[in-house]
Design a protein around this ligand. Structure first.
Ligand SMILES: Nc1nc2c(ncn2[C@@H]2O[C@H](COP(=O)(O)OP(=O)(O)O)[C@@H](O)[C@H]2O)c(=O)[nH]1
Ligand SMILES: [Mg+2]
Length: 353
């Protein structure tokens, strides 16, 4: 999952490592023993090793280790090149520009002048700086979704928005299963009255899951369908209404008017924006546009199982201020997991998968 980003972060770690003087003793403890220190003469290596010969001190990783013992610090100049490279790599990995900048700024903040006392290897210091920076950026707005469902007046109304084909209907079916696993009943409402075959598709899910489904004729008013589902839930003690919507182009005024009407008529407890990880930067841009049209409370990022860079996963929360709540990880009903920032970060920093 998110292998593109994982590789890029790994390269940054390597970059910082490779700043290390090839002649320097890799063991920082050796610095205490003058005889054991080969004391590299920088003049003799100038021009060698890809032009890094002007680096006459210990490398960055080593400095980071020394910084951890309070003996020296990393300077801003030394980090400049690896961070610039990382920023480019992040952009290439579909990370939104402001988010890439935020991440590199935070890494710089954490590493420059770092004189923490813990004894750590340079790599650990660098890795923790990257991890903290990522975690800050992707945990924006996180809240306890299950607690929110538990505490809200019933029925809780959830409306799903997003363009066609990203996995809204599938995610609704998965969430219905997820809720049932936690003791909540749900009714499905097909607010996608636009697309031919939409009723049949969601009916199939409802049949398989044995859920009530509310549909209207194609071309009907989506707000009215979801309204009917709310009435049904009210009358039958159903906990959650899962309202699907049509995935027309996000630029369409029609869609905006439709979402506004749903907001007005059914006043959903939460609007969840759905998009696919594989859409990368497009998914991030759409999240912003949908959030502008009908304010979202969170996002579901689907197709995390498919080969994607991962940029959307770390950009959406930061650009919208709303958290990613779930990841879709396959086509089955159980392939929905809570988005856990800590787990994503450790996954991105893990050496092997
Ligand atoms: N691999 C994978 N496929 C998914 C996931 N979520 C949805 N899909 C597939 O994406 C396609 C479109 O999904 P659908 O729910 O119809 O999208 P909608 O148009 O937004 O309602 C279907 O073939 C789904 O099986 C996911 O998490 N992983
Ligand atoms: Mg659909």
């Amino acid at each position: 999952m998110f292998d593109g980003l994982k590789d890029k972060l790994g390269r940054f770690k390597d970059d910082v490592e490779s700043e290390q003087d090839p002649n320097a003793d890799p063991d920082p403890e050796a610095d205490a023993d003058p005889e054991a220190d080969p004391d590299p003469a920088p003049e003799t290596t100038a021009g060698d090793e890809g032009g890094d010969g002007d680096d006459d001190g210990p490398g960055l990783a080593k400095k980071a280790a020394l910084a951890a013992t309070g003996r020296t610090v990393i300077t801003e100049e030394e980090l400049e090149e690896p961070l610039e490279q990382l920023e480019l790599e992040l952009l290439g990995g579909d990370v939104e520009m402001g988010v890439a900048r935020e991440i590199t700024d935070r890494i710089r903040e954490r590493l420059v002048g770092d004189t923490r006392k813990q004894v750590e290897s340079g790599e650990q210091v660098v890795e923790r700086a990257i991890g903290d920076a990522l975690r800050d950026v992707i945990s924006v707005g996180q809240f306890d979704f299950e607690a929110r469902i538990a505490e809200a007046d019933k029925p809780v109304v959830l409306v799903f928005t997003g363009v066609n084909g990203v996995g809204k209907t599938t995610s609704i079916a998965k969430l219905s299963r997820w809720l049932a696993d936690r003791g909540y009943s749900s009714v499905l409402a097909n607010g996608d009255t636009y697309r031919a075959g939409a009723n049949e598709q969601i009916e199939e899910h409802a049949d398989t899951l044995d859920r009530k489904i509310i549909t209207h004729e194609q071309g009907g008013d989506p707000a009215a369908v979801i309204y009917d589902a709310v009435e049904y839930a009210d009358a039958n003690g159903v906990d959650v209404v899962l309202g699907d919507t049509a995935g027309r182009l996000h630029t369409s005024n029609d869609l905006m008017a439709q979402l506004e009407k749903i907001d007005r008529v059914v006043d959903p407890d939460m609007t969840l924006f759905v998009d696919e990880a594989v859409a990368g930067q497009d998914a991030t841009n759409r999240a912003v546009e949908f959030n502008d049209a009908a304010e979202i409370d969170g996002a579901v990022l689907t197709k995390a199982d498919a080969d994607s860079q991962g940029g959307a996963a770390i950009s959406i929360a930061h650009v919208t201020g709303k958290p990613i709540l779930f990841l879709g990880t396959g086509q089955g009903y159980d392939d929905l997991v809570r988005f856990d920032p800590d787990e994503i970060v450790s996954r991105l920093l893990r050496e092997e998968d």
